[in-house]
Design a protein around this ligand. Structure first.
Ligand code: PNS
Length: 164
């Protein structure tokens, strides 16, 4: 039984994240999508909203026999990964620019917890420029985000905009 943690802010989840999860499902029997609790950040969607959206959109992906769970964690990722008896942490790498930061985190995590491997995965090229940050910026400035995020996310973003 191979279990992986896919950690992140998921504010909001993008089609790039879902692509990585589908790919991860080919490698692991179980993936825990772990939303980081970071009291210092002011996210667009609350923790509860992000978990709810993730649960809903994950029901529609192609996960094969892989079991997917949504959870949250606070503090050190590797500590959480050990608690969950995970074998690996999955991170998506879009471009070379992601690599430096991700490598630093992976090596620091390995230093703290050599039992946990980090697995870097590449999303489909179509999502190689998609990030939650850019999606929010483009949307807030009136740009089109259709196809970059699940339609539920787009809908929830429109609701947020309407409610101010
Ligand atoms: O989606 P993000 O914001 O790129 O995810 C970053 C995340 C959550 C993976 C990273 O910030 C993290 O692991 N935070 C937990 C705190 C931690 O373990 N810090 C030490 C990293 S070496």
């Amino acid at each position: 039984m191979r279990r992986a943690i896919y950690p992140g802010s998921f504010d909001p989840v993008t089609n790039g994240h879902l692509d990585i999860i589908e790919r991860g499902c080919k490698l692991f029997d179980e993936i825990i999508i772990a939303v980081v609790v970071n009291p210092e950040k002011r996210p667009l969607f609350s923790l509860e909203e992000r978990r709810e959206i993730l649960t809903e959109v994950l029901a529609g992906i192609n996960s094969g026999n892989c079991r997917i769970q949504v959870d949250q964690f606070q503090g050190l990722l590797v500590k959480y990964a050990v608690e969950q008896q995970a074998d690996a942490v999955v991170r998506g790498i879009r471009a070379f620019s992601d690599y430096e930061y991700e490598l630093q985190m992976a090596l620091m995590n390995r230093r703290m917890e050599p039992r946990i491997e980090t697995v870097f995965m590449m999303p489909a090229e179509a999502y190689s420029y998609v990030s939650s940050r850019l999606v929010k910026e483009v949307f807030q400035l009136g740009g089109q985000i259709t196809g970059l995020v699940p339609s539920l996310v787009e809908e929830r973003m429109k609701q947020k905009l309407r409610s101010g």
